[in-house]
Design a protein around this ligand. Structure first.
Ligand code: LLP
Length: 429
């Protein structure tokens, strides 16, 4: 991102003010080059390790164009629902590079997975093993599965986005023996081929230690299961969770630093135990899509409460970015048409939903703000569009992809007609 000679913020060589005029606001803008750069850094770090694959976690931000871009960069895809899988299918994403997650996959979701012939279903319950075996038998196919493990690691992140601890709805515990039971059960199913283990310890993690500790636990577990059952599973999927910088106090590492620390830890542990290095998978989502995206809003009402604060309202809010309301997430922002002006006031950015909690940013220093200004909120590429809602019947904004001065839609803006297109009128009304 840079500032052009009009004093406007630019992204992907496009003037953000022209983007706001051309496509309207609120507007999600994704930078093609930044997405690809993050993909390439992960792919090259895994290539350096030698045996593995990068799966993009589609839950962070997905649509048909994004699937195509991810495919072009040679990544695989992690999907968590029939909807994400359907999107990938429509993008003709290669099924042999799709992994499916979810703690309660439905029969229909699993049926789609089997029919499309995806590479791996990551087992998260006994219930799903039954459904999958039945489907595989009906389709006369063998299905590659791995199993989600709770490694018992408590990553230091927001309570709602950490997942690896024992008290979690995801996966099977080691201490309570559940993991051994599910493995035994899978091994009795003729159409399921056990390929590996999976874990995901949480999201927006800044340290490498939790990954290294997790690696040791997962390796021990895999060796133990292999030795007990005479298997040769060799695949461990470490999930995602690599943090990004939303505000100055966040201190993430570069993609390759997370992966190098993890793979060095794996190699050292394998060497010490005279075991072979496993094939590893990682599933970054936020760190690929997040920093590549900004959201443009138009400033409307400004309310100055003397000696208290100034509320600057924008034309979006928790419907297009629920993260501040859900996780007290913090963001940084800039007045995109005054990108070269110094800060001169402290204001708070309010969304337009009918809730006091719909505040995008508390206390941010900005140049003088006026109605009609365009506010750019940074690092909104992940878990914004994908978590957007129609709360207050606000249409979901368009998503534009920018590259070398070109801007084209990835997703068009919802219209009011889209909003009512599923409304039905019961006959007695
Ligand atoms: N793999 C699995 C199995 C996951 O559950 C997740 C995220 C990822 C990979 C990708 O994690 P990432 O690299 O994006 O951190 N809505 C929350 C984040 C929820 C993450 C859920 N799982 C937020 O906005 O912070």
């Amino acid at each position: 991102m840079k500032i052009n000679d009009k004093g406007h913020l630019e992204i992907g060589g496009c003037d953000t003010i022209s983007l706001a005029q051309r496509f309207g606001t609120p507007l999600y803008v994704m930078d093609d080059t930044q997405i690809r750069d993050a993909c390439r850094r992960y792919v090259s770090a895994i290539r350096q390790y030698g045996n593995g694959m990068v799966l993009y976690a589609g839950k962070a931000f997905t649509n048909i164009a994004m699937c195509k871009l991810i495919q072009q960069e040679g990544l695989g895809l992690d999907v968590v629902s029939g909807g994400e899988l359907y999107t990938a299918m429509k993008a003709e994403f290669p099924p042999e590079r799709i992994y499916m997650h979810g703690n309660n996959k439905s029969y229909e979701e699993l049926r789609m997975a089997v029919e499309y012939g995806i590479e791996r279903v990551v087992i998260d319950s006994f219930h799903e093993v039954e459904l999958l075996e039945q489907l595989a038998r009906n389709y006369d196919k063998n299905i590659g599965v791995s199993v989600r493990v709770k490694p018992g690691i408590d990553a230091h992140t927001h309570h709602y986005i950490k997942t690896g601890q024992q008290d979690s709805k995801f996966g099977f515990g080691i201490e309570d023996g559940q993991i051994y039971r599910i493995i035994e059960y899978i091994l009795t199913q003729p159409h399921l081929e056990l390929k590996g283990l999976h874990c995901h310890i949480g999201s927006q993690i800044f340290e490498t230690d939790p990954y290294i500790e997790t690696a040791q636990i997962m390796l021990e577990l895999m060796w133990d299961i292999n030795d007990t059952h005479g298997l040769n599973m060799d695949e461990i999927d470490f999930g995602g969770g690599f943090g990004i910088r939303y505000v100055e106090e966040d201190n993430p590492l570069a993609p390759e630093d997370y992966i190098d620390a993890l793979t060095d830890g794996i190699k050292a542990y394998c060497d010490n135990n005279a075991r072979q290095y496993p094939r590893i998978l990682i599933e970054p989502g936020r760190s690929i899509a997040g920093p590549a995206g900004i959201t443009l809003y138009m400033v409307g009402a400004i309310k100055h409460i003397p000696d208290v604060r100034t509320y600057v309202s924008v034309d979006g809010g928790m419907a297009d970015n629920p993260r501040p309301a859900l996780y007290q997430a913090k963001y940084s922002a800039m007045i995109a048409n005054k990108a070269d002006k110094p800060a001169e006031c402290t204001v708070s950015i309010a969304g337009k939903c009918c809730e006091s909690g719909d505040m995008l940013i508390w206390d941010i220093d900005l140049p003088k703000v006026e109605a009609g200004d365009i506010l750019a909120v940074f690092d909104t590429g992940a878990y914004n569009y994908s978590m957007a809602s129609n709360y207050n019947r606000l249409p979901i904004p368009a998503v534009v992809l920018v590259k070398d001065g070109r801007a084209e839609l990835m997703v068009s803006r919802q219209s009011y007609d889209d909003l009512i297109s599923h409304d039905c009128i019961p006959s007695w009304l």
